[in-house]
Write a new protein. Structure first.
Length: 248
């Protein structure tokens, strides 16, 4: 799913805990969702929702409305979230990881509202009747209901993972050492052979076969230039220690 296909609005319906609203806003900020609307919050709950670390802008711009219709009237698609434990949902139930397949099949462009119900009861049957589809987060049967903030985080993560919302690109500043050339590996091989001979690992009768296995091992490791420097330094220290003890 391309980010240009849809704009997403998170809609919290009848939330009961200001901490959950803040947690939902923080999750939205983490995964690139910006628009939050709250339907019929209890007045004390909404008044106590002051901030969410890293999501202050989302909280400040969030709107509270009295009716669900006010929150979704300008949206093209409405997707509700449910544990799937209700019997007659009467709506298509989509696994969360398949939402990115469901949306493009219906619209190349449009606005999508993601509905999350009250912490206590979830979305009511009437509220779900406004939804084009329902999304199920795959939870354990013995504990199907999720905390509101966690549910928003899981859904937002899945949208980000599918490429539906822009996220920060992976860091590209990490320097990867180049693969070691054969000459460098051969220097390490020669030093390792000397050390192993000194400590008695290489036996005269099996010397040739052992050295062949050692060379193959070094080649199969896919050593980088940094690896060769470290391994060569370790072997040099061991060789120095052996020679020192032999001279005493």
């Amino acid at each position: 799913m391309k980010a240009a296909w849809s704009n997403f609005r998170v809609v919290l319906v009848r939330p009961r805990n200001p901490l959950n609203i803040g947690a939902a806003a923080r999750a939205m900020a983490n995964f690139g969702l910006r628009e939050l609307m709250v339907v019929a919050p209890h007045p004390p709950v909404w008044q106590e929702t002051r901030s969410a670390v890293g999501a202050e802008e989302i909280i400040r711009s969030a709107r509270a409305v009295d009716q669900l219709r006010e929150a979704i009237g300008d949206q093209t698609w409405v997707v509700g979230t449910t544990s799937g434990s209700r019997r007659n949902l009467d709506r298509e139930l989509i696994p969360l990881d398949q939402l990115d397949r469901w949306l493009p099949a219906r619209a190349r462009r449009g606005r999508v509202a993601l509905l999350f119900g009250s912490e206590k009861t979830g979305l009511s049957n009437e509220e779900m009747s406004f939804c084009h589809a329902l999304v199920r987060i795959p939870t354990a049967a013995r504990c199907p209901s999720m905390n509101l903030g966690q549910a928003v985080a899981v859904c937002a993560y899945e949208l980000a993972r599918a490429g539906a919302v822009p996220t920060r690109p992976p860091a590209t500043t990490t320097h990867q050492s180049d693969p070691a050339n054969l000459q460098s590996i051969d220097h390490v091989f020669a030093r390792a052979a000397r050390v192993l001979a000194e400590v008695g690992y290489i036996k005269p009768k099996s010397r040739d076969a052992t050295l062949i296995k050692l060379r193959r091992l070094l080649l199969d490791l896919g050593l980088t230039n940094n690896d060769v420097k470290i391994l060569g330094g370790v072997l040099a220290q061991i060789e120095w220690k052996i020679n020192k003890e032999n001279s005493e």
